[in-house]
Design a protein around this ligand. Sequence first.
Ligand code: UDX
Length: 441
Amino acid sequence: MRMSVIGCGYLGAVHAAAMASIGHDVVGIDVDATKIASLSVGDAPFFEPGLQEILTEGIRSGRLRFTTDMAAAHGAAVHFIGVGTPQLKGGDAADLTYVDAAVAALLPHLSPGDLVAGKSTVPVGTATRLAPSVAERGATLVWNPEFLREGWAVQDTIDPDRLVAGVPSADGEPTEEGARAAAILREVYHTAVAKDTPFLVTDYATAELVKVAANAFLATKISFINAMAEIAEVTGADVTQLADAIGHDARIGRRFLGAGIGFGGGCLPKDIRAFSARAEELGRGESVGFLREVDAINLRRRSRAVELVVDALGGTVHGKKITVLGASFKPHSDDIRDSPALDVAVRLHGLGGDVVVTDPAALANARRAHPQLTYVDERDEALGDADAVIVVTEWDQWRRELDPAHAATLVRGRVVIDGRNCLDAAAWRAAGWQYFGMGRP
Ligand code: UDX
């Protein structure tokens, strides 16, 4: 099937390459000429496992190309909108400028019968607002949210847990046009559909809410366990054992009960804030009032990690060398957007610490964003003469591959703060380290 993908950032670039990899004929369109130039020669503009391969293969096969020219969308049967919806400057709401501009620029190139499929995370009500302009061109708007996780984006796009299609509906049922749109989307995702992946057809509002509700739930789960970590800290309990024990209850589940310095990235923090803002606009702020608390708990854990370092170093970090292991907001990613790791590093630097950061993928981005910090490529070099070490992103390079006895030979002070509760505490203690976890005795 011929399709266009408008917006070639994280979501769009992965989506375009993934669609080509399952046999579609895809053109990716973006206003950023630098990004398009790099994608056109098969260079992924960010680190994402597996993306480089499908990008190169798509271009080689002739099924994938990139351009800045919106007219290239003409002739495609499905047009995906994958532009960003960042947090508005100076507010919590989502900035819809890019979505609105992408749809407006696409309109003149639509043909009757085309499908416009929104993938961006948007405030509920957006599809209903945009649908009439698309309908005027004889095309149909659907909302088809994306649930991909960074680091697993290719796999999540090609083989998702579920597919959701918000289509034109009346009285709780898809209209004839809505049913046709859903059928086209089934063809688009033919490989997942063939595997009986759940395919849910809903109205616009439900589809938009599925995305924000899922992210709100995940954020709440993380902040719940981090709240338990705060209680564990004053009672001597161990939050990781607590998470294991409650996680055995299938109704709760162990995943996303990792206590530590909390969530960051380009989605969870901004999405829960945008959801709160939208609920307030709708007069239902109190319904999701708890999300403000979820956000507050999350931010408190970053402060707690800083406090642990200060306390472990006897009340001040001034003049002390602190090695920060990690910069990206999570492993397998070079994304530093709202990274708890860098927030902690910047705060320690602000308190007078001599902060050295290392990360396997995110150093170039971190350098640009926070030039005041010192960055070292090699893990062992970064550990050299440290007075304290703090783990802020759970990369395998230290979670699995760093022998605490070896690390002990590199540092000046054997103090480790495990901001992700990802190290083997007993092994580190046995190697002579003072180990401090988050919510652990
Ligand atoms: C998230 C959603 O998972 C995804 O479905 C949605 O499409 C986009 O937002 P992502 O931002 O890639 O994906 O990261 P995710 O794996 O969800 O992690 C988010 C943050 O939560 C990271 O900073 C991670 O370190 C943190 N986290 C995750 C925890 O602190 N504890 C956990 O147990 C799990």
